[in-house]
Design a protein around this ligand. Sequence first.
Ligand SMILES: [Zn+2]
Length: 564
Amino acid sequence: TISSIPLVLQKPGTENREPISSADDGIVPETIPASVEVRGEVYMRIADFEALNERLAEAGDRVAANPRNAAAGSLRQKDPAITASRALRFFAYAPGPSEGVALSSQWQTPEYFRALGFPVNRDRRRFTDFEDVIAYAREWMARRDQLEYEADGIVIKVDRFGQQRELGVVGRDPRWAIAFKFPARETTSRLLDISITVGRTGVITPGAVIEPVNLGGVMVRNASLHNADYIAERDIRIGDYVTVKRAGDVIPYIIGPVADRRDGSEQPWHMPERCPACDTPLERAEGEVAWRCPNFGICPAQLVRRVEHFVSRGALDIVGIGEKQAQMLVERGMIKDVADLYTLNAESFAGMDGYGPKKIANVLTGIADSRSRPLARLIVGLGIRFVGEVAAQALAGAFGSLDALMAASAEQIDDVDGIGPVVAGSVAQFFSLEANRALAHKLKEVGVQTDQPIVATRHSDALAGSSFVITGTLPSLTREQAEELIKSHGGKIAGSVSTKTSYLVAGESAGSKLAKARELNVIILDEAGLQALLGSAADAPAAEEHPAETPAEPPANGQLSMDL
Ligand SMILES: [Zn+2]
């Protein structure tokens, strides 16, 4: 039976440089053989392939579609100097006609070659049970992404050469070896069209529409083309047969055309000169790959994306409005900017799929509620380039209102802890545009809160006389909430650490303020420490000029905590 046959499993892997083990079948050659023919496989690592393609593209040469083609093409060069310049690698795995070599099994072979100094593949295993072979092969389907080269399968061989000879060969196929192929991740299909999408910030992204093709068990109809340069560099034309690749969770993308399948009907593609949504001439900033529709805020395609972003969870969090509704509202002319969301009424949603009276009422309530979101969320909602939740919190904390942020110069914004020059420049640029300033005013007009919430109640005077600086991201409180909490107990908030600072409340990614606080021996609290301080302060009989605690030893390992 087959299970009694020792099998050797061999698959390409990293070079094996570890010392030879005293493995039972390992053979250390005592003498150098008179002649040995070494067979194996030449390959190119993915990193080397990418570097090669970069060089080829720079020199204006045709790039290779994949590492396999790159390796084969490198070997076929007429000029051996070119071949020598390519980062080719080799795995030895089979002996050819030789003299003075006594090998009796597949398993011995790589050990022997390695002892002679040839690179061999480390990823090989020997089994006695075929079920284990299958399990191992399946395991490699998941592991193949960890290899530094591409592999399309595993070769399973009967181990003993004697048994290999007995089994023989049918036609050209040995009966003692079989390939276990991984599901394909590369295939060929026809490029039917190149579609264009306009993003929230106006970036134009080309996408491939291909003849539907099964790729590793998934039907693929659309694939990424990255950008216009990518299409031009690879000379990808509409009508081309193209190689489509899908790896891991990455969306499928087009590698390049299969140039020798062209019949002359293929059409080169060019980035349109005007935005498909608003007909504004497209622009490309110097040094940038992306083309943009500069009609920022007005272009309907951008507006749909901006509405989607504005209502999203990290921003104003309006439930019941998604991509479809945004599209519909923009198409119907109901909204010309995100502030118009606050002018919607029940009629605006009339006739919209799945929008009955109850759902409409819920959406309107959601819109109304979103007026009082924290300032940081509103800043996120504006969709300023490079401004995410963390930056928005820093800006909200530092400026306190949209008006103040709008009035700030790039330098002033750059001075905010946690804000770098790129974000600062982007924010200043955003508010330098009249349309964006108008939008900010309009948001205020329609009742959106553009200031930090005012501290409504004073809970105690427990922190009176203490000055606090907050830095970094706290685990549960937003910057505003923490400030509110401190103020409501009589504490003061300052923007920078000085000798007058009583406490630094530090969260994640705290930077220069933390260092400064340590230097000045300011008490450092994390969020839990702040809560504990408030808890104990609230119980304290009277507020003191300064809390009695001695300054905590600044923690050396970056962990922030304080015992009270
Ligand atoms: Zn446009």
